[in-house]
Design a protein around this ligand. Structure first.
Ligand code: URA
Length: 232
């Protein structure tokens, strides 16, 4: 791909900016300064300011989302994208979250700049488990595991029952809930359906990706194999 096209698609600037950076000697190709912004290059052989380029198109990122951040590109308040390098905001195609977490939910959130990856990781047909640690307002009443596992639970206003979900009880107000889909406010609505209320929600796993090594607000690149684990 042309150097200016590649770098501008990765958010390093407009094509004009890249031409400027090249003329100033900021860009190396195969170890040599490259002043020609129209040169055809391979991503892995380019250095910008002596640093390898950001991940090419088709990347997946895992972040430990803190509470208080919104999974949206345009909203008032703190946006989750502000926790990523500024350059990522100018990537084309755009980086988006894979599904969403509510503003008051914390934990693992994935991002991708590839619509196919996004679609494949959110499709309920794939049965990729998302595991939430849920703190409840009221003690469990006793039938929740059965109701959630039934595959017949209907949420208010929906036409299709939820897929079976797995509830692991830690104590009577703390549980781990594993679901394979991602409907709007799903976990909060599931507990509302059994007469309870979610006090705190923290996603501890998305597929095979956990929070290990990620402090709040930190992120890392992951691969499709990392997400799918032994399934892939
Ligand atoms: N279910 C919810 O209710 N909220 C989230 O943020 C994620 C799942």
């Amino acid at each position: 791909m042309r150097l200016d096209k590649l770098l501008s698609s990765l958010g390093y600037g407009t094509r004009k900016d890249i031409e400027f950076f090249a003329r100033r000697g900021y860009i190396k190709y195969k170890g040599e300064i490259c002043k020609d912004a129209t040169k055809k290059v391979e991503h892995e052989d380019v250095l910008f300011d002596n640093e390898p380029l950001d991940h090419p198109h088709g990347m997946i990122i895992a972040m430990n989302k803190p509470k208080g951040y919104i999974c949206s590109h345009e909203d008032s308040g703190r946006l989750i994208y502000s926790l990523l390098p500024d350059r990522f905001a100018s990537r084309n195609p755009k980086l988006s979250t894979i599904g969403r977490l509510d503003v008051d939910t914390s934990g693992i959130i994935l991002f991708s700049d590839d619509g196919n990856i996004n679609h494949s990781l959110t499709s309920p047909k794939r049965h990729i488990p998302k595991v939430y640690e849920v703190t409840l307002k009221h003690p469990l009443r006793g039938d929740e595991q059965k109701v959630f596992a039934s595959g017949t639970l209907m949420l208010n206003g929906e036409e299709k029952p939820l897929l079976p979900a797995k509830l692991e009880i830690i104590n009577d107000t703390l549980v781990h809930l594993s679901i394979d889909e991602g409907r709007y406010h799903q976990v909060k609505r599931m507990f509302a359906a059994v007469g309870n209320r979610v006090e705190a929600l923290h996603r501890i796993k998305f597929g095979n990706i956990g929070l290990e090594g990620l402090e709040e607000g930190e992120w890392r690149y992951v691969s499709m194999d990392d997400v799918l684990g032994s399934e892939s």
